[in-house]
Design a binder for this molecule. Structure first.
Ligand code: GRF
Length: 202
Protein backbone atom coordinates (compact mmCIF):
# COMPACT_ATOMS: atom_id res chain seq x y z
CA UNK A 1 0.00 0.00 0.00
CA UNK A 2 1.22 3.47 -0.90
CA UNK A 3 0.78 5.95 1.95
CA UNK A 4 0.82 9.75 2.14
CA UNK A 5 1.28 11.36 5.55
CA UNK A 6 -0.28 14.78 5.99
CA UNK A 7 1.20 17.09 8.61
CA UNK A 8 1.01 20.70 9.79
CA UNK A 9 3.63 20.78 12.52
CA UNK A 10 6.18 18.88 14.53
CA UNK A 11 5.62 15.49 12.92
CA UNK A 12 6.51 13.12 15.72
CA UNK A 13 3.75 10.70 14.72
CA UNK A 14 4.96 11.02 11.14
CA UNK A 15 8.44 9.99 12.31
CA UNK A 16 7.01 6.98 14.15
CA UNK A 17 5.18 5.89 10.99
CA UNK A 18 8.26 6.41 8.81
CA UNK A 19 10.40 4.38 11.19
CA UNK A 20 7.90 1.51 11.35
CA UNK A 21 7.49 1.48 7.58
CA UNK A 22 11.24 1.22 7.10
CA UNK A 23 11.06 -2.36 8.43
CA UNK A 24 11.30 -4.82 5.55
CA UNK A 25 8.10 -6.70 6.40
CA UNK A 26 5.92 -3.61 6.89
CA UNK A 27 2.95 -3.82 4.50
CA UNK A 28 2.97 -0.12 3.56
CA UNK A 29 5.40 2.33 2.02
CA UNK A 30 5.48 6.01 3.00
CA UNK A 31 5.62 7.55 -0.45
CA UNK A 32 5.33 11.24 0.40
CA UNK A 33 4.86 13.65 3.30
CA UNK A 34 2.60 16.59 2.50
CA UNK A 35 2.36 19.68 4.68
CA UNK A 36 -0.12 22.53 4.43
CA UNK A 37 2.48 24.82 6.03
CA UNK A 38 5.96 25.41 4.70
CA UNK A 39 7.26 26.02 8.24
CA UNK A 40 6.18 22.60 9.59
CA UNK A 41 9.09 21.17 11.57
CA UNK A 42 8.22 17.68 10.38
CA UNK A 43 9.22 18.48 6.80
CA UNK A 44 12.90 18.58 7.69
CA UNK A 45 12.60 15.34 9.69
CA UNK A 46 10.99 13.61 6.72
CA UNK A 47 13.73 14.80 4.37
CA UNK A 48 16.37 13.56 6.79
CA UNK A 49 14.67 10.16 6.63
CA UNK A 50 14.83 10.27 2.85
CA UNK A 51 11.08 10.65 2.31
CA UNK A 52 9.98 13.07 -0.45
CA UNK A 53 8.12 16.09 0.90
CA UNK A 54 5.71 18.59 -0.58
CA UNK A 55 4.06 21.72 0.73
CA UNK A 56 0.65 22.80 -0.44
CA UNK A 57 0.10 26.05 1.43
CA UNK A 58 -3.52 26.11 2.53
CA UNK A 59 -3.56 29.72 3.69
CA UNK A 60 -3.89 31.30 0.21
CA UNK A 61 -7.03 29.19 -0.33
CA UNK A 62 -8.71 30.87 2.66
CA UNK A 63 -12.14 29.37 3.21
CA UNK A 64 -12.17 27.63 -0.16
CA UNK A 65 -11.50 24.18 1.21
CA UNK A 66 -12.60 22.43 -1.98
CA UNK A 67 -10.00 24.32 -4.06
CA UNK A 68 -7.23 23.28 -1.65
CA UNK A 69 -8.48 19.70 -1.76
CA UNK A 70 -8.49 19.69 -5.57
CA UNK A 71 -4.76 20.43 -5.56
CA UNK A 72 -4.21 17.88 -2.81
CA UNK A 73 -6.19 15.21 -4.70
CA UNK A 74 -4.16 15.81 -7.86
CA UNK A 75 -0.97 15.35 -5.85
CA UNK A 76 -2.29 12.16 -4.25
CA UNK A 77 -3.26 10.82 -7.68
CA UNK A 78 0.18 11.63 -9.09
CA UNK A 79 1.74 9.61 -6.29
CA UNK A 80 -0.80 6.77 -6.70
CA UNK A 81 -1.69 6.98 -3.02
CA UNK A 82 -3.86 4.23 -1.48
CA UNK A 83 -3.97 5.40 2.13
CA UNK A 84 -3.73 8.77 3.90
CA UNK A 85 -2.45 9.13 7.45
CA UNK A 86 -3.28 12.44 9.09
CA UNK A 87 -0.61 13.20 11.67
CA UNK A 88 -1.20 16.54 13.33
CA UNK A 89 -2.84 17.88 10.17
CA UNK A 90 -4.69 20.98 11.35
CA UNK A 91 -7.09 21.63 8.51
CA UNK A 92 -10.63 20.36 8.18
CA UNK A 93 -11.83 18.63 5.01
CA UNK A 94 -15.09 18.93 3.12
CA UNK A 95 -17.49 16.01 3.40
CA UNK A 96 -16.86 15.28 -0.29
CA UNK A 97 -13.12 14.77 0.17
CA UNK A 98 -13.66 12.67 3.28
CA UNK A 99 -16.22 10.45 1.56
CA UNK A 100 -13.89 9.91 -1.37
CA UNK A 101 -11.29 8.56 1.07
CA UNK A 102 -13.69 6.70 3.37
CA UNK A 103 -11.98 3.66 4.86
CA UNK A 104 -8.64 4.82 3.45
CA UNK A 105 -7.88 7.88 5.61
CA UNK A 106 -6.66 7.49 9.20
CA UNK A 107 -6.27 10.04 11.96
CA UNK A 108 -4.83 9.99 15.46
CA UNK A 109 -6.28 11.98 18.32
CA UNK A 110 -4.85 12.32 21.84
CA UNK A 111 -7.91 11.23 23.81
CA UNK A 112 -10.02 8.12 24.21
CA UNK A 113 -12.67 9.04 21.64
CA UNK A 114 -15.57 9.66 21.68
CA UNK A 115 -14.48 11.64 24.74
CA UNK A 116 -12.80 15.00 24.16
CA UNK A 117 -12.81 15.59 20.40
CA UNK A 118 -11.51 18.89 19.03
CA UNK A 119 -8.83 21.19 20.37
CA UNK A 120 -6.78 20.69 23.54
CA UNK A 121 -8.15 17.25 24.42
CA UNK A 122 -5.58 16.80 27.19
CA UNK A 123 -6.79 19.98 28.94
CA UNK A 124 -10.37 18.81 28.40
CA UNK A 125 -9.51 15.50 30.07
CA UNK A 126 -7.97 17.25 33.08
CA UNK A 127 -10.98 19.56 33.43
CA UNK A 128 -13.31 16.54 33.36
CA UNK A 129 -11.25 14.82 36.07
CA UNK A 130 -11.00 11.51 34.22
CA UNK A 131 -8.51 9.06 35.71
CA UNK A 132 -7.68 7.35 32.43
CA UNK A 133 -7.06 8.97 29.06
CA UNK A 134 -5.14 7.94 25.99
CA UNK A 135 -5.02 8.04 22.23
CA UNK A 136 -7.27 6.84 19.42
CA UNK A 137 -6.55 5.91 15.81
CA UNK A 138 -9.70 6.08 13.72
CA UNK A 139 -10.94 6.22 10.16
CA UNK A 140 -11.91 9.75 9.19
CA UNK A 141 -15.54 10.72 8.65
CA UNK A 142 -16.91 14.22 7.98
CA UNK A 143 -17.50 14.84 11.69
CA UNK A 144 -14.25 16.00 13.37
CA UNK A 145 -12.41 13.46 15.56
CA UNK A 146 -15.07 10.82 15.02
CA UNK A 147 -15.26 7.71 12.88
CA UNK A 148 -14.69 3.95 13.18
CA UNK A 149 -12.11 3.30 15.89
CA UNK A 150 -9.13 1.22 14.79
CA UNK A 151 -7.02 1.20 17.94
CA UNK A 152 -6.76 2.83 21.33
CA UNK A 153 -4.14 3.00 24.03
CA UNK A 154 -4.72 4.15 27.60
CA UNK A 155 -2.62 6.07 30.11
CA UNK A 156 -3.27 6.88 33.76
CA UNK A 157 -4.02 10.51 34.55
CA UNK A 158 -2.07 11.74 37.58
CA UNK A 159 -3.30 14.26 40.11
CA UNK A 160 -0.36 16.53 39.38
CA UNK A 161 -0.64 16.32 35.58
CA UNK A 162 -0.62 19.48 33.50
CA UNK A 163 -1.86 19.42 29.90
CA UNK A 164 1.81 19.20 28.90
CA UNK A 165 2.77 16.25 31.10
CA UNK A 166 -0.38 14.36 30.13
CA UNK A 167 0.25 15.13 26.45
CA UNK A 168 3.77 13.74 26.70
CA UNK A 169 2.55 10.48 28.27
CA UNK A 170 -0.18 10.13 25.63
CA UNK A 171 2.26 10.94 22.81
CA UNK A 172 4.37 7.90 23.68
CA UNK A 173 1.23 5.77 23.25
CA UNK A 174 0.42 7.50 19.95
CA UNK A 175 3.82 6.57 18.58
CA UNK A 176 3.15 2.92 19.44
CA UNK A 177 -0.43 2.53 18.22
CA UNK A 178 -0.39 4.56 14.99
CA UNK A 179 2.12 2.28 13.24
CA UNK A 180 0.25 -0.78 14.56
CA UNK A 181 -3.06 0.52 13.21
CA UNK A 182 -1.55 1.38 9.83
CA UNK A 183 -0.04 -2.10 9.66
CA UNK A 184 -3.45 -3.70 10.19
CA UNK A 185 -5.20 -1.52 7.60
CA UNK A 186 -2.44 -1.88 5.02
CA UNK A 187 -2.40 -5.65 5.46
CA UNK A 188 -6.21 -5.80 4.97
CA UNK A 189 -6.66 -7.19 8.46
CA UNK A 190 -9.50 -4.81 9.28
CA UNK A 191 -13.05 -4.84 7.96
CA UNK A 192 -15.78 -2.32 8.59
CA UNK A 193 -18.98 -3.73 10.07
CA UNK A 194 -21.20 -0.68 9.76
CA UNK A 195 -19.42 1.94 11.82
CA UNK A 196 -17.35 -0.61 13.74
CA UNK A 197 -13.86 -1.87 12.86
CA UNK A 198 -13.42 -5.61 13.32
CA UNK A 199 -10.69 -8.14 12.56
CA UNK A 200 -10.95 -9.16 8.91
CA UNK A 201 -11.36 -12.85 9.72
CA UNK A 202 -13.75 -12.32 12.62
C1 GRF B 1 -0.67 14.63 18.20
O1 GRF B 1 -0.96 14.71 19.56
C2 GRF B 1 -1.85 14.06 17.44
O2 GRF B 1 -2.57 13.12 18.17
C3 GRF B 1 -2.69 15.27 17.20
O3 GRF B 1 -1.78 16.32 16.95
C4 GRF B 1 -0.53 16.00 17.56
C5 GRF B 1 0.48 16.01 16.47
O4 GRF B 1 1.78 15.83 16.96
N1 GRF B 1 -3.65 15.04 16.14
P1 GRF B 1 2.94 15.43 15.97
O5 GRF B 1 2.97 16.51 14.88
O6 GRF B 1 2.66 14.08 15.42
O7 GRF B 1 4.19 15.45 16.79
Amino acid sequence: RRVAILISGRGSNMSALIEAASEVDFPAEIVVVISNRSDALGLEKARTSGIPTLTIESKPFGKDRAAFEAVLQTTLDQHKIDLICLAGFMRLFTAGFVQRWYGRMLNIHPSLLPSFPGLEPQAQALRAGVKISGATVHFVIPETDAGPILMQGAVAVRDDDTPETLAARILAVEHRIYPEALRLVAADQIRLDGDICKAAGG
